[in-house]
Design a protein around this ligand. Structure first.
Ligand SMILES: [Zn+2]
Length: 382
């Protein structure tokens, strides 16, 4: 857990190193930027440095990695490092809260796992560090309850709020934190990491990196849920479209999205091993919530759009810029059978379908309408 391991986030890292150098680290940070670009890795690097027990280090050096504090942190057993996340509700002393769904960071959770321990003396080192994952999941009550702790953290506690949606935090929360901005990663770097870490072929790594658009963490998750296979399945649906069965198209898309939603949930469960302890339940069953389905359908829409976008690139004579190598024959066929304007209309049709999903229209219906729009039987926009 070293700040040095964070790549391509020079601005964020330099803000933090400067603070460490001056000996004036802020008591509350807001790590703000897209999902999957290294915010939590950075937060852990900062936490490690703040908790490290090696006093001979330069102030802005990385944590030593060898002292008892660093070792405890690496094994996830440091009593002064607190990871605040939604799954914690399963460990709350109140059984009503334990049996809740844990959809957000509630005020009860924030009080018990953050505000109260922040008021206690650190057990092992000079301070306590709290990392709040998906901080925007705090509801308004929880955010309001946190204000005082943010204003005057007891002792030398450090709070690191990590979020990809800072706009969902109250302005009063944002203004009390030092903002540390994170940006997208270079696509070539993401593709290189996917090749090295997962052993993907260069073509598949490039495809996944391009779909995830500079978000390595997102690309890694998408690999685990089998997104490139889903892309192929979506391609099959697009192939069958000219036969003109919007209902079948809609049904397959919804099925695909359901499958992706289930696999995403499974991944989330696997990433939170602590939650598998005795007396707790994993998110059970094969039923996906409306929210999960909507999120997964947006992902499916992104796949549909990516095929039409790629066809547009081919049609514009820039085939060398294509990134979905595995879809090449399909994309070329798509491009050959139509015009640039029509492809552009199709992409707008997908965007429109995505917006309709947010208006609570039935997913199956949204997908059927999309099929009709892609077939070109109806004007896509008014
Ligand atoms: Zn250390």
């Amino acid at each position: 857990m070293r700040l040095t391991d964070v790549r391509h986030q020079d601005r964020a890292i330099s803000i933090l190193r400067r603070a460490l150098r001056s000996g004036r680290t802020h008591h509350a940070y807001l790590f703000d930027g897209p999902e999957g670009v290294g915010k939590e890795l950075t937060a852990r690097g900062l936490a490690a440095r703040l908790l490290c027990g090696d006093e001979s280090l330069e102030p802005d050096a990385d944590a030593c990695g060898r002292c008892p504090s660093c070792k405890l942190l690496a094994t996830g057993n440091h009593l002064d490092f607190h990871l605040i996340h939604r799954g914690l509700h399963k460990f709350h002393p109140d059984s009503t809260i334990r049996s809740s769904k844990g959809l957000f960071l509630s005020v009860n959770l924030i009080r018990h796992f953050l505000i109260e321990p922040a008021g206690m003396k650190p057990t092992q080192g000079p301070r306590r560090v709290f990392l709040i994952r998906d901080a925007e999941r705090m509801n308004e009550e929880a955010q309001n309850a946190l204000l005082k702790t943010l204003e005057e953290p007891p002792g030398s506690a450090c709070l690191i709020l990590v979020t990809a949606s800072a706009s969902r935090l109250l302005p009063t929360i944002r203004s009390r934190c030092q903002r540390v901005p994170f940006g997208l990663l270079p696509p070539d770097f993401v593709a290189g990491e996917l090749e090295a870490r997962l052993g993907l072929s260069a073509a598949n790594a490039r495809a996944l990196a391009s779909l995830a658009g500079g978000r390595l963490g997102v690309a890694l998750l998408w690999h685990r849920i089998g997104l490139l296979d889903a892309l192929d399945a979506v391609g099959g649906c697009v192939d069958r479209l000219p036969a003109g069965d919007p209902e079948a198209f809609g049904k397959t898309l919804v099925e695909l999205a359901t499958e992706l939603a289930l696999r995403t949930r499974q991944q989330a469960d696997e990433e939170a091993p602590a939650e598998a302890e005795e007396g707790t339940t994993k998110s059970a069953g094969k039923i996906v919530s409306t929210d999960e389905l909507r999120t997964a359908l947006k992902l499916v829409m992104l796949l549909v759009a990516s095929l039409y976008r790629e066809a547009l690139v081919v049609k514009s004579g820039a085939a060398a810029l294509c990134s979905l190598a595995g879809q090449q024959p399909r994309v070329e066929q798509l491009a050959a059978g139509t015009t640039l304007d029509r492809l552009d209309e199709c992409i707008r049709g997908v965007n429109e379908a995505e917006r309709t999903l947010d208006r609570n229209v039935m997913p199956q219906l949204v997908c059927e309408r999309l099929a009709v729009a892609l077939l070109g039987e109806l004007p896509v926009s008014g």
